[in-house]
Design a protein around this ligand. Structure first.
Ligand code: HEM
Length: 486
């Protein structure tokens, strides 16, 4: 094997410089303030906040209005789901600037047991009656086993990641072109999700969904339904109110509605993922069941769910741009010719492409809410004040606002494609992966195991696309024109 080929399959090197200690003890000069805000009357406070959050204001205005009201980026409020059929405690302490948010990453002072979507937790029936890695705190020994397994799966998949990515992506663009030859536009969500599902299943699990006609045609839909049922109580959909409140946010949907889908996905991995199942057992001490349920969560929730939210935003941002950004990307991705294969290393040389990916993640963090519970009493600091937090209190950060912290990002509302190319130190404050972009996922933290794979994959998608096309036109849901590379 040549050195060049070996380089092309090397996994992304972990980025190691430690982030600045934003969450360290507040300087003595910061005034200590009582956390402003209240939870209101029992039942009435939570229901009124729930209606504001989902209906009258929407998440962003909900948090913005309270920042203005309390003149603080740290305050108490309630977060849905709530009354009448949820037992979850809706009381939270919101942390809405980069400094206060960064406490969520300090595993000495916070714990992340069962808080993936706040105090509400989808039934473990959705995950085979076990608490998969995402629900485990770093103090639980099983977390290390599962996290190390996830990172091993990624490392092994890196051998085929780029080739599987580009081959499935090529099929997606072929479909878009066929659509465009017949219609004025191509609604690309289905081809996009098929591409994501196929490339992830082949890379992460090591088997091709095409061996099963049902998996190949509907595997992505099975995951969509499984994800939707778990997350519906926590997200604003935009259906006509009050229907959304009554039917989507008042009770948790039962697992049996998707048990058929889940069992098929389980069986598919059991039948076709022999090598990875063996590795889960021998190298990481996981039972066969634990391995499959964790793999399904990583594949379906983390990877497929994450990319399904992120990639339409990325493609929409670029396809809708009218500032000449595409021409600049074209120039960068073709500067060393177009015949050499794309690799992780080749896109690491593309400063503009990387910066565009980071800036898209900054303005549209795919997982908007992050939660953690105080492990002990501690003093939390925002940019201008310090607050006493009590053991057991639930902290909640809403990233779309945190990532527009005006004390960290200049012109925070603007999409500035070169932002991170010009100011690399800002990567210390890019938090989409539940940790800074300069941090490294490990068994001792809860940072996304695929932090580098996600950004490099997005870069590879842009590089492939703009080697193939001189321009693309469209939005986050449809492509209306493509101009092939001349
Ligand atoms: C665009 C795609 C992705 C996004 C936006 C994303 C985002 C995140 C976020 C925000 C978390 C932290 C959740 C929390 O605790 O609050 C997380 C955790 C995790 N992600 Fe990703 N992720 C993506 C893709 C992937 C992929 C491809 C993998 C594949 C292996 C992966 C594996 C994991 C794992 C295993 C964890 C749990 C970490 C732990 O428990 O310590 N993610 N991800």
């Amino acid at each position: 094997m040549s050195i060049m080929t070996m380089m092309s399959i090397s996994p992304p090197a972990p980025s190691s410089p430690p982030p600045p200690p934003l969450a360290s003890s507040p300087p003595a000069s910061l005034p200590v303030r009582t956390i402003p805000g209240s939870y209101g009357w029992p039942l009435l406070g939570p229901i009124s906040d729930r209606l504001d959050y989902f209906w009258f204001q929407g998440p962003e205005t909900f948090f913005r209005k309270r920042i203005d009201k309390y003149k603080s980026t740290v305050f108490r409020t309630n977060i849905p789901p709530t009354f009448p059929f949820f037992s979850a405690n809706p009381n939270i302490v919101a942390v809405l600037d980069c400094k206060s948010f960064s406490h969520l990453f300090d595993m000495e002072i916070v714990e992340k047991k069962n808080v993936l979507v706040g105090d509400f937790m989808p039934s473990v029936k959705f995950t085979g009656d076990i608490r998969v890695g995402a629900y485990l705190d770093t103090a639980e020994p099983k977390h290390s086993q599962v996290k190390n397994f996830a990172m091993d799966v990624l490392k092994r998949s890196s051998k085929v990641w780029v080739s599987e990515l580009t081959s499935s992506l090529s099929t997606m663009w072929d479909t878009v072109e066929t659509d465009l030859s017949k219609n004025n536009s191509s609604i690309y969500l289905v081809p996009l999700q098929k591409f994501i599902f196929k490339f992830l299943t082949k890379s992460l699990i090591g088997c091709d969904p095409s061996i099963s006609p049902e998996m190949s045609e509907s595997g992505h839909v099975m995951l969509d339904r499984w994800l939707a049922l778990q997350l519906l109580p926590t997200v604003k959909i935009g259906v006509l109110q009050p229907l959304e409140e009554i039917f989507l946010h008042s009770f948790a949907y039962p697992f049996f509605l998707v048990s058929g889908d889940y069992n098929k996905l389980y069986q598919f991995i059991l039948d076709n993922g022999k090598e990875i199942l063996e590795r889960g057992k021998t190298e990481f001490g996981l039972s066969q069941e634990e391995t499959i349920h964790n793999l399904l969560f990583i594949l379906g929730f983390n990877a497929f769910g994450g990319f399904s939210v992120f990639l339409p935003t990325l493609l929409g941002t670029i396809a809708g741009d009218t500032t000449g950004l595409q021409q600049r990307i074209v120039k960068e991705v073709r500067q060393n010719g177009v015949s050499s294969p794309l690799t992780f290393d080749s896109v690491k040389e593309m400063d503009l492409v990387q910066s565009v990916v980071y800036e898209t993640l900054r303005l549209n963090p795919p997982v908007p809410l992050q939660f953690a519970r105080a492990r002990k009493d501690f003093r939390l600091s925002s940019h201008d004040s310090a607050f006493e937090v009590k053991k057991g209190e639930l902290l909640c950060g809403y990233q779309p606002l945190v990532m527009r912290d005006p004390k960290v990002f200049s012109e925070p509302e603007e999409f500035r494609p070169d932002r991170f190319a010009k100011e690399k130190e800002l990567l210390n404050y890019l938090y989409w992966s539940n940790g800074p972009q300069t941090g490294s996922p490990s068994e001792s933290n809860k940072q996304c195991a695929a932090k580098d794979y996600v950004t490099l994959t997005a870069c590879l998608i842009l590089a492939y696309t703009f080697r193939r096309y001189d321009s693309i036109t469209g939005s986050a849901s449809s492509i209306t024109a493509v101009e092939k590379a001349k």
